[in-house]
Design a protein around this ligand. Structure first.
Ligand code: ADP
Ligand code: MG
Length: 700
């Protein structure tokens, strides 16, 4: 176990971080590498060789035998192909080798990664390229080098490349605005992210008896237990000893990898928990979140547990999301989304705030589709936080300030005076510490925005790419105007007012679950309401989106097409696997159980009647009748589901996804309803797999 004094010692012990670089590299090499990391300066091979040498020495000393280019293909998980350091020596022995070339570039045979048509299999090779902005680390005796993954034509086949491009685009546009505010010393602007990660823990022995969990990560059948989450007694409740041990072990593993795991608590649903790290640069936060998800699952097994990252492992209780806390700051330490203490700082805060408001309104569709997966549809499309409609929560105080600016009206919060930008100081906004609007997909929380629509298993890359891109676009439009303005102050004032007026519709401080909100959002305000992945994904290719994303160099048009295809393919494959798993479980487990239990009951009736032929046996008789009906229904619905999968309309991937949404998913829920009823009527020892009650309350 880790004691508190040893934490600083173990923290980052498996990371080739700044401390190691400083101690192992010459001053010249270190300075040059630092310039590449911070300012994107090109890296020459001499420096790469020196860094590779140091990395090899460090890694071998720590027991590593292999290295890998660690990358994030479009599957959404991470990939690695290990090469050992060994190389033959002329005397028949082996030497440990790792050069600058090995560090900078790798060539995985990438034919099996999804490319959405970007790379034909006959030119299967893609290449991976070192991302020096994210530290290398050791995992399972392997030196992992964070890399980007591209085709030979240079098209991005991963999530990291567009993320880095989006960060660069955002920095470039934000710098233009900052120059106008006189910040000549700022070298770059970074978006920073702290992702809060939700997950479920279930007992491994129980998990192993559920084929749905094994094949799909979620339960496809299961009646509600007598107790669900209605008592609200799990949220922030005392952590059970077995879970506490898991969390301690997990923290230790994450700290060794230089991940600032900070907060842990129980979540709303039984068996649900959350982990939040301290925020960091978006690129690093993304790498770290991928690693966190991997380590969470690995450590769970050591404790006889399984960590479920699916967005909706259990129907009827809360699903798992990921809150993407996002902010902007400069290399000089200015937080651009924090209201300042002087009129000048406030004007600057307001322009960045407006850029986000405009971005979220103009690109609601991109934010929605960035988090769309078959799993997350169960949260966003259903009655659960947050809704599929993207809106923003600013809080009453900030909203009142914006209204005052928009209408030249006195601001009621202070001394009833009209706020003049560049002259007045904004009042203090109390931070939204109460977390009182948990239903908003996009909430301002004092100095950052919390984007809450991400699914627990999503890579945070996609959401941040779209967010960075959309905000870069707002800033570009502002900078284009301001740079040409004769009167900076007046132009700025006018732009802020216009943004508030034009984009007021996206701001909503009320209850996002309310049916009335859905009507108002769609019918009065004209906001998008894309409930499912097939509804939103094709909008990736809307002309306005393609234009914006290509103009900032974040995606090429063909890269966008490939992503749209891959995401829809993923959706279709996921649901098809679920449907097949259901058919399998219904035929091989549920029907035999129901039928077997009916036979037990029938045997009981015969046995009783052998004693006394007149016995009514009402209980058994009516139960046999109902179970027999249900068995027929389950059998029929199983056939129907199987047909729905076989008869999918599949002229193209969009049509196929519609067919899945409209036929397969519905057939799945019909089958489930019949099977769940049968579960409630069947003897516990006859039911072929652990129930919701076992799974949700099984970890003690
Ligand atoms: P809560 O949402 O529970 O009130 P916080 O808002 O303090 O807690 O933190 C939630 C997450 O937001 C943490 O991962 C934290 O590191 C991150 N966070 C805090 N400040 C910022 C910031 N300026 N930019 C990005 N993320 C931040
Ligand atoms: Mg939070």
């Amino acid at each position: 176990m880790t004691n508190a004094t040893s934490i600083p010692e173990i923290f980052g012990e498996n990371v080739f971080d700044d401390r190691v670089m400083k101690s192992m590299l010459s001053a010249k090499v270190y300075a040059s590498l630092k310039k590449t990391i911070d300012e994107d300066a090109p890296l020459d091979i001499g420096i790469a060789n020196a860094v590779a040498d140091a990395m090899k020495a460090w890694a071998i000393e720590k027991g590593a035998t292999h290295y890998t280019h660690w990358f994030q293909p479009l599957t959404g998980v991470t990939a690695e192909k290990h090469d050992s350091f060994i190389s033959p020596s002329p005397d028949g022995g082996a030497i440990m080798e790792f050069s600058g070339k090995n560090l900078i570039k790798g060539e995985p045979d990438a034919s099996s990664f999804p490319s959405g048509g970007l790379r034909a299999t006959f030119e299967a090779r893609g290449y991976t390229a070192w991302d020096p902005t994210s530290y290398a680390f050791i995992k399972d005796k392997t030196l992992c080098i964070p890399t980007a993954f591209c085709s030979y034509g240079g098209e991005a086949l991963d999530k990291k490349t567009p993320l880095l491009r989006s960060m660069e685009a955002l920095s470039k546009q934000a710098m233009r605005i900052l120059k106008l505010f006189g910040h000549d010393d700022v070298k770059y602007v970074r978006s920073e992210v702290g992702p809060e990660q939700e997950y479920f823990l279930v007992d491994e022995k129980l998990y192993n008896q559920r084929r749905d969990l094994i094949f799909t990560g979620r339960t496809l059948f299961g009646a509600m237990p007598p107790k669900g989450q209605e008592m609200d007694d799990h949220y922030f409740g005392a952590i059970k000893p077995r879970v506490a041990e898991y969390m301690a072990d997990l923290n230790r593993e994450l700290w060794k990898l230089g991940i600032y795991a900070k907060t842990e608590h129980n979540e709303v649903a039984p068996a649900q928990h959350e982990l939040a790290p301290i925020f960091s640069t978006t690129n690093i936060a993304t790498d770290h979140n991928q690693l966190t998800m991997e380590i969470m699952q690995k450590v769970a097994r050591r404790h006889g547990l399984v960590c479920l990252l699916h967005e909706k492992p259990f129907a009827g209780v809360n699903g798992s999301g990921k809150h993407n806390n996002w902010s902007l700051s400069t290399d000089t330490g200015i937080q651009l989304l924090k209201p300042g203490d002087t009129p000048h700082e406030n004007a600057q805060f307001l322009i960045f705030l407006c850029a986000v408001i405009k971005a979220v309104d103009d690109y609601q569709d991109l934010l929605r589709l960035a988090v769309a997966t078959a799993g997350n549809d169960h949260r966003l499309g259903a009655n659960e936080a947050p809704p599929a409609i993207i809106s923003m929560f600013l809080g009453d105080e900030l909203d009142a300030v914006l209204r005052s600016i928009e209408n030249d009206e006195p601001y009621a919060g202070s001394e009833k005076k009209t706020l003049t930008l560049g002259v007045d100081v904004l009042p203090d906004f109390p931070r939204d510490t109460t977390d009182r609007n948990r239903t908003s997909p996009f909430a301002f929380t004092g100095n950052k925005f919390e984007f809450r629509s991400l699914g627990s298993s999503n890579s945070i890359a996609c959401a941040n790419i779209m967010l960075n891109a959309a905000v870069a676009e707002s800033l570009k439009i502002y900078a284009d105007r301001l740079e040409k303005a004769d009167d900076f102050e007046t132009t700025l004032n006018g732009m802020i007012k216009k943004t508030i007026k034009d984009h007021r519709r996206i701001i909503f401080n009320g209850n996002g679950y309310d049916e009335a909100w859905v009507r108002e959002a769609t019918e009065v305000r004209g906001l998008c309401n894309y409930r499912t992945t097939p509804d939103c994904m094709p909008h990736l290719l809307d002309e306005k989106n393609v234009r914006m994303l290509t103009s900032h160099g974040i995606y090429s048009e063909s890269e966008l097409r490939s992503r749209c295809d891959i995401m829809l393919e993923n959706y279709c494959k996921t649901v098809k696997i679920e449907a097949n798993a259901m058919v399998d479980m219904a035929r091989k487990q549920i029907l035999p159980a129901v039928s077997g239990y009916s036979a037990d009951l029938a045997a009981a009736i015969s046995a009783k009647r052998a004693v006394s032929p007149e016995l009514p046996c009402k209980y058994e008789t009516s139960l046999v009748a109902r179970l027999s009906e249900l068995a027929d229904e389950i059998a029929e619905k199983t056939d129907k589901l199987e047909d729905a999968v076989v008869n999918l309309k599949a002229d193209d991937i969009i049509t196929e996804s519609y067919s899945i949404r409209d036929n397969v998913l519905i057939a799945m829920s019909e089958l489930r309803a019949a099977a769940d009823e049968a579960e409630t009527l069947t003897a516990k020892e006859r039911w072929p797999f652990p129930t919701y009650g076992d799974l949700l309350f099984g970890v003690r």
